[in-house]
Design a protein around this ligand. Structure first.
Ligand code: NOJ
Length: 538
């Protein structure tokens, strides 16, 4: 079925729930489905159209749940399958669709398939579901190839044979607890197609596909060579056939497929969004982009052009559970764009400046054509937390040799009310410690402040919905002073963002609809202060 031109997901605001840290219903310090159910009115009141849940399945949580031991059951720490079904139904009644996270590249080493493979001898059918290989060098002591893991380090772990001798190695692009499955095997394809049906049958409106560009491997698992095309495990052509079969299933349910694709080449990225493949994918280009007008404009133009080529809507993402939180990034003196390689302990950030820019960025992304993803806490301007080293759980930290702080700083349990931890999250023994100065980020405090980030998001999301009813298409850049991004849409909305150091005149308008900070002297034509965005009617 071709992409439906009026489908809900084309311009939805989608809220990412990280269940472990959203709200804790049973008081054990870990978020859960009961906590989410209790807060559904908050999410509906925010004005988003859908919720994306990061993995909630049974998992040893070696990689925050992206190590799935049973795709058809909820981890007992979060609740039960019956409760997930209730949550999906209750959310739908409040107008919120549910997107589940499917992790097809790898499974947990505690998944029955992998346990059976380890128990079976080399060359057995059980092992064909994975990538087992003998090592290189004398005695097979060297890994089978030169690949580097996605979290750093060697992505191979050696097994031990039943008789205690060293055995074959298995491939895991992430941690050893996440063996990669072999997508050339028909059983792997069948199993994942069944998993898609399982969740669509339970009311999921869409599926987010984890590490979507990594599934297919060169069957020879050759050494990686710089510049050699195709890459042995990234963005291989075989993937498109896999996603065409997924699309046929999604179409039966009118479900949406959303790819997590980290591909720098916009044209290669867009190939996944052709009519019979994925509906949409996360576009990480804006988030990786520094707070710089020329680079932001280039990112927006490239994104829109490459999506237009395939008739797919763009998506806009400023942060997620893998990324340094927006206000912290934008408050840095150096590079304000995100990169995995750039993360270091103790990088200073001016949170007031970062917050001002994040407010402006919120209005920018919410005005762009396409869908927007919000990550829990972003709507309150939550900064990255400094998690003490001895409390870090993210494997990225250890696998980087302790250099990378990992991603726990953006995964700390949310504050809801009160003035000290756990801020109404639930149990006091939160799985990651909450900072002592997070009272300003509670809903309680932000509700009471008309100028809070939360109220800015609520107003922007409401206006966005109302304006979308007029069916805006495309974007036209307006002439603007140096350092200013200004565009208009077909529905008459003008969005202007001032990234220059001085105030600039507002573009021509008949009314100011919303601004991320007060705009000056609107009566006299108006000035737009630095690091401020405004929505105008022309
Ligand atoms: C991407 C997910 O967003 C990230 O959290 C996870 O660690 C990797 N994929 C591996 O599943």
């Amino acid at each position: 079925m071709p992409h439906n031109p009026t489908a809900w997901w084309r311009n939805a605001a989608i809220y990412q729930v990280y269940p472990r840290s959203f709200a804790d219903g049973d008081g054990d310090g870990t978020g859960d489905l009961a906590g989410v159910r209790a807060r559904l009115p908050y999410l509906a009141g925010l004005g988003v159209e859908a919720l994306w849940f990061t993995p909630w399945y049974v998992s040893p949580l070696v990689d925050g749940g992206y190590d799935v031991a049973d795709y058809r059951a909820i981890d007992p720490a979060f609740g039960t399958l019956a409760e997930a079904e209730k949550l999906i139904a209750e959310a739908r009644q409040l107008g919120l669709r549910t997107i589940v996270d499917v992790v097809p590249n790898h499974i947990s080493d505690e998944h029955p398939w992998f346990k059976a493979a380890l128990a079976a001898p080399p060359g057995s059918p059980e092992r064909e579901l994975f990538h087992f290989r003998p090592g290189r060098g004398p005695g097979g002591e060297e890994p089978p190839n030169n690949w580097r893991g996605e979290f750093g380090g060697v992505p191979w772990t050696r097994t031990t044979n039943a008789d205690g001798t060293p055995g074959d190695w298995y491939l895991h692009l992430f941690t050893p607890g996440q063996p990669d499955v072999n997508w050339a095997h028909p059983r792997v394809r069948q199993e994942h197609e069944d998993i898609l049906r399982f969740w669509f049958d339970r009311g999921a409106a869409g599926v987010r596909i984890d590490s979507a560009a990594l599934l297919a491997k060169d069957p020879d698992l050759p050494d990686f060579e710089v510049g050699k095309d195709p890459h042995p495990f990234v963005d291989r052509d075989e993937l498109h056939d896999i996603y065409r079969s997924w699309r046929a299933i999604a179409d039966e349910y009118d479900g949406v497929l959303i790819g997590e694709l980290w591909l720098p080449d916009a044209e290669r990225f867009a190939r996944y969004l052709r009519n019979d493949e994925l509906h949409t994918a996360f576009n990480f280009s804006l988030m990786s982009c520094p707070w710089d007008p020329a680079l932001l404009r280039e990112s927006i133009d490239t994104t829109l052009a490459s999506h237009a080529d395939v008739g797919a809507p763009a998506t806009w993402v400023l942060c997620n559970h893998d990324i340094t939180r927006t206000v912290t990034r934008y408050g840095r003196a150096g590079d304000t764009g995100f990169s995995f390689a750039g993360k270091r302990f103790g990088t200073p950030s001016d949170i007031a400046l970062g917050t001002r820019r994040a407010r402006a960025a919120a209005l920018l992304t919410l005005a762009l054509p396409g869908a927007v993803y919000l990550y829990q806490g972003e709507e309150r301007g939550l900064p990255e937390a400094d998690v003490p080293r001895d409390r870090i759980t993210d494997p990225m930290h250890e696998r980087s040799g302790g250099v990378d702080p990992g991603r726990d700083g953006c995964r700390v349990p949310l504050p809801w009310e009160g003035t000290e931890p756990p801020y109404g999250f639930g149990g006091a023994d939160t799985w990651l410690p909450q900072p002592a100065d997070w009272a300003p980020y509670t809903v309680e405090q932000q509700d009471a402040d008309p100028a809070s980030m939360l109220n800015l998001y609520r107003t922007a999301l409401r206006l966005r919905r109302e304006l979308l009813d007029a069916g805006p298409t495309g974007l036209t850049w307006l002439e603007a002073p140096a350092g200013v991004l200004a565009f208009t849409r077909s529905d008459g909305l003008v969005c202007a963002v001032n990234l220059a150091a001085e105030p600039v005149p507002l573009p021509a308008h008949t009314a100011v609809l919303l601004s991320s900070a007060p705009v000056e002297s609107a009566d006299e034509g108006g000035l737009l202060p630095p690091d401020t965005a405004v929505w105008l009617r022309n």
